[in-house]
Write a protein that binds this ligand. Structure first.
Ligand SMILES: Cc1cc2nc3c(=O)[nH]c(=O)nc-3n(C[C@H](O)[C@H](O)[C@H](O)COP(=O)(O)OP(=O)(O)OC[C@H]3O[C@@H](n4cnc5c(N)ncnc54)[C@H](O)[C@@H]3O)c2cc1C
Length: 176
């Protein structure tokens, strides 16, 4: 993982209050992270909606503040001696639904839950994701998979938020 710089004097709580984000200060990563390692995170921010996530990304770029997106931190080893500045956690963006015959998941939805919902709704190809303790967003980022099924096998489209604050849908050209 990249090392983040020491926090600048930024008034993140005020921005979060105004834009629908929850923020926690001085979080002990050795208690919070999946692998129980790490020093302190100055801010861990939880967007409550995709819009608030996008406005947070835009704000970070605007003020020149480095940040890291995290899901369930199951693939991250935080360093004990490092102070992290801004972590943006997707875990509250966890909706899963079925629309137009497709399974639609927000980036913070858990892969085991996605696998279960796929089973209930009659979709195939998600079975191998059941034992992976991560999120959909991270799973797509690194193509998570197990027991012969990978995210890429069933992925039809991804909505990507860019640093400029817009969201664009990238759809697969051919069905898997
Ligand atoms: C016990 C155990 C078993 C595991 N088994 C498997 C397995 O069978 N198969 C497998 O593939 N992996 C496995 N993993 C690894 C891990 O669970 C996966 O890599 C998972 O996809 C990580 O998801 P996360 O939400 O925890 O990501 P995090 O650890 O929080 O983040 C991982 C990376 O993804 C980036 N990221 C997170 N969210 C987003 C987002 N929304 N958009 C863009 N980038 C993002 C982060 O910046 C970071 O670089 C296992 C891990 C553990 C601890």
């Amino acid at each position: 993982m990249q090392t983040l710089e020491k926090p600048k004097a930024i008034d993140l709580p005020a921005f979060c209050d105004a834009h629908g984000l929850e923020v926690f200060e001085n979080v002990s990563l050795s208690k919070y992270s999946y692998l129980k390692t790490g020093g302190t995170a100055r801010y861990v921010v939880y967007p409550r909606s995709v819009d608030s996530l996008v406005s947070m990304l835009g704000h970070m770029v605007e003020i020149g503040q480095r940040f890291k997106i995290i899901g369930n931190t199951s693939n991250l080893l935080f360093k004990d001696a490092t102070d992290y500045s801004v972590l943006i956690c997707t875990l509250w963006l966890n909706d899963i639904s079925v629309a137009n015959g497709e399974l639609v998941a927000e980036c913070g939805a858990s892969l085991p839950e996605l696998s279960r919902q796929a089973l209930y709704a009659g979709f195939r190809g998600f079975e191998g994701l059941e034992g992976i303790p991560g999120t959909v967003g991270a799973g797509i980022f690194m193509n998570a998979g197990a027991y012969g099924s990978e995210i890429k096998d069933t992925l039809l489209a991804v909505d990507l938020a860019d640093a400029g604050g817009s969201v664009r849908r990238h759809r697969r050209r051919t069905r898997p």
